[in-house]
Design a protein around this ligand. Structure first.
Ligand SMILES: Cc1cc2nc3c(=O)[nH]c(=O)nc-3n(C[C@H](O)[C@H](O)[C@H](O)COP(=O)(O)O)c2cc1C
Length: 137
């Protein structure tokens, strides 16, 4: 199955996990990049409220053509218990009909209060969430 590992990483931990995952699956890999640099202060002050509200912020155009993949593995750091704004921006770009695996990376290892909402967000794009995993960084 042609698979893309699509990830965002603010401090590098999710990047390490994504790279291992792509190797395991022999998948292509792409990092979601912010259009402008956000500070750690901005991540807490702006990023956390946006994460809770499931809002996006601007990301650079994706190089990969998502239409060309059967499965997309999305890895996100966890901010305020939720996927981060740049990952929400990437979810908005999902074409319908994809199998989507979600890996949430956090210091606590839990996103129990946002799991169902994240699955619903992806399902609303016409995609099937095949797996959802919480990983401690
Ligand atoms: C703004 C911000 C908010 C965070 N909120 C949470 C949280 O609610 N729960 C949690 O377990 N970890 C939280 N963390 C920790 C990160 O999810 C964790 O360190 C993650 O592995 C970072 O991934 P990265 O290095 O790829 O950016 C937060 C980190 C930041 C910077």
């Amino acid at each position: 199955m042609k698979t893309l590992v699509l990830f965002y990483s603010f401090t590098g931990k999710t990047k390490d996990i994504a790279e291992k995952k792509a190797k395991e699956l022999t998948a292509d890999i792409e990092e979601i990049l912010d259009e402008k640099k956000h500070s750690k202060f901005g991540a807490f002050l702006v990023g956390c409220p946006k994460s809770i509200m499931r809002k996006s912020w601007a990301i650079k155009p994706l190089a990969a053509n998502l239409d060309g993949y059967e499965k997309i593995v999305i890895l996100s750091p966890t901010w305020a218990g939720h996927p981060v704004p740049p990952v929400n921006a990437a979810i908005e770009k999902l074409p319908p009909g994809k199998k989507v695996e979600v890996v949430m990376v956090s210091s606590s290892g839990s996103t129990k209060d946002s799991t169902e909402g994240t699955k619903a967000l992806i399902a609303a794009k016409g995609c099937e969430v095949t797996e959802y995993t919480d990983m401690r960084s």
